[in-house]
Design a binder for this molecule. Structure first.
Ligand code: TMP
Length: 245
């Protein structure tokens, strides 16, 4: 399949059209940004690592009955995906309090939530991806009530599955962000990526609150050893997938 022109360049990926209008090619970059791109850097090998981790997780989720945009990997840092119109929503699922939940509520870091929290943020860099109320979501017509219900149900299902998967990697799934899109048949598909860029992942065996961090918080918070953490997550994912099959 030939690759045509660049369709869109985001902070972590470039999307190319292909000769099939239903298929796009996502090229994962090593570039890293945080705090709405106010902090910029590069994490060596990240494109390849995130692409492989995301692909493995999408395959596992597909096998579990969740529809995703994943098709195949023509190269380690490239994912062939179904073309979708991304809904302008960042869907965050939280199991443990961290990040903006702690900043905005005062809940102490590490508080185990009684039940998973599903939150919708407006995917809009200019506005800084603000947290939405459901009235604002409908005011802005960002999704229909049916889509919000379907997404909430899927997000909780994905959370249940991923918690178990990461547990087998000796990793606690603290929280993560999902994006969904609609294909040409208006079918809702899980899209974007699931990786250490988009999840908070804590090493179960590590008690120290900084050393346990195996995700992009190492970059956001200048904790060091960013590449090592991403590599460690990749190795654990590969092992967990191999031991399951
Ligand atoms: P937050 O605590 O900063 O709101 O982040 C919640 C989760 O969402 C965390 O796992 C990181 C992820 N996330 C993204 O993937 N992209 C983003 O732009 C932000 C702000 C968070």
């Amino acid at each position: 399949m030939s690759v045509n022109s660049k369709l869109y360049e985001g902070k972590a990926k470039i999307l190319y059209t292909t000769d099939d209008p239903e298929v796009l090619l996502a090229d994962f970059k090593d570039d890293a940004t945080a705090f709405n791109a106010q902090k910029r850097g590069s994490i060596q090998g990240k494109g390849k690592i995130n692409c492989i981790i995301s692909s493995k997780l999408f395959e596992q989720l597909e096998a579990h009955g969740i529809k995703t945009h994943f098709i195949a990997n023509p190269a380690p840092n490239q994912m062939r995906v179904r073309a979708v119109n991304i809904l302008p929503l960042e869907v965050v699922v939280r199991n443990i309090a961290a990040g903006s939940l702690c900043q905005q509520t005062g809940l102490p870091l590490g508080t185990v939530l009684k039940k998973p929290l599903v939150e919708f943020y407006y995917k809009n860099d200019e506005l800084g991806d603000p947290l939405l109320t459901s009235d604002r979501l409908y005011l802005m017509e960002l999704a229909t009530p049916e889509q919000v219900d379907a997404i909430t149900h899927l997000a909780l299902q994905i959370n249940e599955f991923l918690r178990g998967f990461w547990q087998r990697c000796s990793i606690t799934l603290v929280d993560f962000k999902l994006e969904f899109g609609l294909d040409s048949q208006q079918q809702l598909l899980l899209a974007d990526e699931i990786s250490p860029d988009t999840c908070r992942l804590w090493d179960i065996a590590e008690g120290d609150s900084n050393r346990r961090v195996l995700d992009k918080d190492r970059f956001r918070r200048d904790l060091g050893n960013v590449e090592n953490a991403y590599q460690e997550v990749l190795q654990r994912v590969i092992k967990a997938v191999e031991t399951k099959n």
